[in-house]
Design a protein around this ligand. Structure first.
Ligand code: FAD
Ligand code: DHB
Length: 390
């Protein structure tokens, strides 16, 4: 193979970048370790920032999202028996978020790539980037027992947290920052109408809970659980009972339960790898950074990386200006760290920390009291939630 950009990883980051580049006449191939069915079977994020939504529009993949996605102008926080609302639009001059699942985003991107004849190779093994400091880097892999190679100008590592790209940067260059939280989120997807029109984030003495949704007939709920729990050990009945305990009575009374169609536990982690560029390799999305899910910044931070990379490649190939690519790591990291701060803050605000002291609890309560007594604090939350500017 000969191409301009090899993209390792066919998740939302890699697919969105290849689609955006193709529309500007920049050629790429995407190498994905798993099958398409496997990638589409993963239930992940559900809330899209307006910047992400605009990028999907620019990529020409927003038809179904604009028809079926829900625009949300606010969400609720349940705490101390109260249910308070954050008015996103009011505090941001009219900005909103879009509720539309990552699964659907990925499906739409696959369809758009197919329609344009984009090259996405699935089920590839042993992907390995080479010559990162050379003028002509290349990537090798195996498929159906045969060895393959693609020569290119640049390699993008969009292969998630466990991918090969970050690991191919020499240890003396790469600096990693990490914080692991002492709990996970147990998530359930069910074909039931959502308990409320808008999302509800709940702080409770028994632990955090979140009521989210994918559509009017598909709900997504999460509860904080110890890291030692296993999803198989949680029956549907036990999950619904625990969720109800953590919600205000008027909400719990409205909850429609049903069989789960997906149930899994995700650990919570803050992680940043610096720099996000090494020679001709650029890291993007989960390959470079992870946030705890509180505040829905994971997929959205991946999208802002893609925005910077897309513009960097465009300037490089169409105008001969490499300043965007040269500034990529610094620009992307500046925004990533703000998303890291926000997700860490929202996680601290709403979770029950097993080692937390009485003092920690009072500080957390004061944080919530301050939030709902200050328009400035609500504006700060709202501005971060809808997404900081690119
Ligand atoms: P990924 O989606 O991880 O895609 C990377 C792709 O690369 C994968 O398809 C993988 O198969 C492929 N790959 C990996 N290694 C290789 C290799 N060596 N060679 C080739 N291909 C490879 N965010 C939220 O905002 N809200 C949520 O509720 C939420 N829930 C989450 C739950 C879980 C269990 C996880 C893991 C993440 C969740 N996230 C959530 C985060 C969000 O889903 C990610 O930020 C987002 O998927 C990042 O996209 P990506 O394309 O960068 O990485
Ligand atoms: C969802 C996940 C989040 O982490 C969040 O903050 C909001 C919604 C979701 O999966 O729907």
């Amino acid at each position: 193979h000969q191409t301009q950009v090899v993209i390792i990883g066919g998740g939302p980051s890699g697919l969105l970048l290849s689609q955006l580049l193709d529309r500007k006449g920049i050629r790429s191939i995407v190498l994905e370790k798993h099958t398409r069915e496997y990638v589409l079977g993963r239930i992940r994020a559900g809330v899209l920032e307006h910047g992400f939504v605009n990028l999907m529009r620019e990529a020409g993949c927003s038809g179904r999202m604009d028809r079926e996605g829900e625009i949300h102008a606010g969400f609720h926080i349940a705490h101390q028996g109260r249910l308070d609302r954050i008015d996103l639009a009011k505090h941001t001059g009219g900005e909103t978020v879009m509720v539309y699942g990552q699964t659907e985003v990925t499906r739409d991107l696959y369809e758009a790539r197919d329609a344009m004849g984009g090259v996405i190779l699935h089920d590839v093994q042993n992907v390995q980037p080479h010559g990162l400091k050379d003028a002509r880097p290349y990537v090798t892999w195996e498929q159906d027992g045969a060895a393959h190679r693609a020569d290119c100008d640049f390699i993008v590592g969009a292969d998630g947290f466990h991918g090969v790209s970050r690991k191919s940067i020499p240890a003396e260059v790469l600096r990693e920052y990490e914080k692991v939280y002492p709990f996970g989120w147990l998530g359930v997807l069910s074909e039931t109408p959502p308990v409320a029109e808008e999302l509800i984030y709940a702080r409770h003495d028994r632990g955090f809970a979140l009521c989210s949704l994918r559509s009017r007939v598909l709900s997504r709920y999460y509860i904080q659980v110890p890291l030692t729990d296993r999803a198989e050990d949680w029956s549907d009945a036990a999950f619904w009972a625990e969720l109800k305990r953590r919600l205000p009575e008027q909400v719990a009374g409205q909850l429609e339960t049903g069989p789960s169609i997906e149930k899994s536990i995700a650990p919570l982690r803050s992680f940043v790898a610096e720099p996000m560029r090494y020679g001709n390799l650029f890291l993007a999305g989960d390959a470079a950074h992870i946030v705890p899910p509180t505040g829905a910044k994971g997929l959205n931070s991946a999208a802002s990386d893609i925005y910077y990379l897309y513009h960097g490649f465009q300037d490089h190939y169409l105008q001969g200006d490499s300043s965007g690519l040269d500034g990529y790591s610094g620009k992307a990291l500046a925004r990533v760290w703000k998303a890291e701060r926000f997700s860490w803050w929202m996680t601290n605000l709403l979770h029950r920390f097993p080692q937390g002291t009485e003092t920690d609890l009072r500080l957390q309560r004061a944080d919530l009291d301050y939030l709902f007594s200050s328009a400035a604090a609500q504006a700060s939350l709202a501005e971060n939630y809808v997404g900081l500017p690119y």
